[in-house]
Design a protein around this ligand. Structure first.
Ligand code: ZN
Ligand code: ZN
Length: 271
C-alpha cells in the first residue's frame, strides 16, 4: 500500500517531507516515490506517526479495552502503555492477567507495566499486596515492558528491602517513577535505584533535575494534578514525553485524547 501526496513528519529531524509512504505487511517499508496495488490519497494532509500514551490507568476511563480502542483509534492514538494499578488493587494478578488476555486481539496496541506498588503506602488496603513473585509472573508476559510507577518513593530512597527486590527483578527493563517534590540527593538515590522516568514534576526545577539525571520527563495533562507547568521553560528536548491520564468517557468525548495533550503541550512550549 502507498500513502501518496501528504506532508510526512520526520520525528527524528523535525522536518515535513513531501514523500510517499510505502507500507508492506503493516510495516513502513520506506519514504520516497512509490507505486502500490492500493493507493491512499493524502494530498493536502499532514501524515504523522500514531500517538503513544506512555502511561495511563485504563480503569479511570471506566471502559473495557475494546470500547476504549474504538474511541481513541480514530483520534490518532495507536498505542497505550497501561499500569493496571487499580485492577491489581482489587483483583490482584488474576485481574492483570485477565486484562492482558482481553487486550490481546484488539487493533489498538496495548502494552503493560507490572503494577509495582500494591499497596502504594501503608494507608492502602488492597485485596493482598503484590510481592516480587507476583511481579515475576507478570514480567514474563510478552506485552509487559517493565515495572510501573514506583510510588513508594520513600521506600526506594531509604533502601527498603522489599522495594529493592522488586527493582532487582526489573534489571535491564524499564521502570517508571512517581516522585512528587523529590529533589537533590533523594532524587539521586531514586534514580540510582534504577528508576527511569517521572510524571510528577510540578515545577521547572523538578523537571530540570530529572532531565539532568537522565530521566524521562513525562509532562502530563491530567486533572486535577496538572504537571504541565513543569513543561514550561524546560527546553531540553530529547527525554520529554507528553502524557495524559484520561478521566471519564464524557471527558474523552469532549477532548481528543493525545491530540488535546499535544496541542496543550505546544502552547506550553513543548515540541
Ligand atoms: Zn499513574
Ligand atoms: Zn503517578
Amino acid at each position: 500500500m502507498v500513502v501518496r501526496g501528504g506532508r510526512v513528519l520526520s520525528v527524528f529531524t523535525r522536518e515535513w517531507l513531501d514523500a510517499d509512504i510505502a507500507v508492506a505487511d503493516g510495516w513502513i517499508a520506506g519514504l520516497g516515490e512509490y507505486d502500490g496495488r492500493e493507493v491512499v490519497d493524502a494530498t493536502g494532509r499532514h501524515v504523522v506517526p500514531g500517538f503513544i500514551d506512555a502511561h495511563m490507568h485504563l480503569e479511570s476511563t471506566k471502559l473495557l479495552p475494546d470500547e476504549f480502542a474504538r474511541l481513541v483509534l480514530p483520534l490518532g492514538t495507536t498505542t497505550v502503555v497501561l499500569d493496571p494499578h487499580e485492577l491489581a488493587n482489587v483483583l490482584g494478578t488474576d485481574g492483570v492477567h485477565w486484562l492482558l488476555d482481553a487486550c490481546d486481539a484488539l487493533p489498538l496496541d496495548f502494552y503493560f507495566m507490572a503494577p509495582s506498588s500494591i499497596p502504594a503506602s501503608v494507608f492502602e488496603s488492597p485485596r493482598r499486596p503484590l510481592l516480587s513473585g507476583d511481579l515475576e509472573s507478570l514480567l514474563r508476559r510478552r506485552r509487559v515492558l517493565g515495572l510501573a510507577e514506583m510510588m513508594n518513593f520513600p521506600g526506594v530512597i531509604n533502601a527498603d528491602p522489599n522495594e529493592l527486590k522488586k527493582l532487582e527483578l526489573a534489571t535491564g527493563l524499564h521502570v517508571d517513577g512517581h516522585a512528587p517534590g523529590v529533589l537533590g540527593r533523594a532524587l539521586n538515590a531514586y534514580v540510582a535505584a534504577g528508576i527511569r522516568s517521572d510524571h510528577e514534576a510540578l515545577t521547572v526545577e523538578e523537571g530540570l533535575e530529572r532531565l539532568r539525571n537522565g530521566m524521562w520527563l513525562l509532562i502530563r495533562g491530567a486533572e486535577p494534578a496538572r504537571a504541565a507547568p513543569a513543561g514550561r521553560g524546560v527546553r531540553h528536548e530529547p527525554n520529554r514525553v507528553l502524557h495524559r491520564r484520561p478521566r471519564s468517557r464524557g471527558h474523552r468525548g469532549e477532548r481528543a485524547h493525545q491530540r488535546h495533550g499535544a496541542r496543550g503541550g505546544r502552547r506550553r512550549g513543548a515540541a
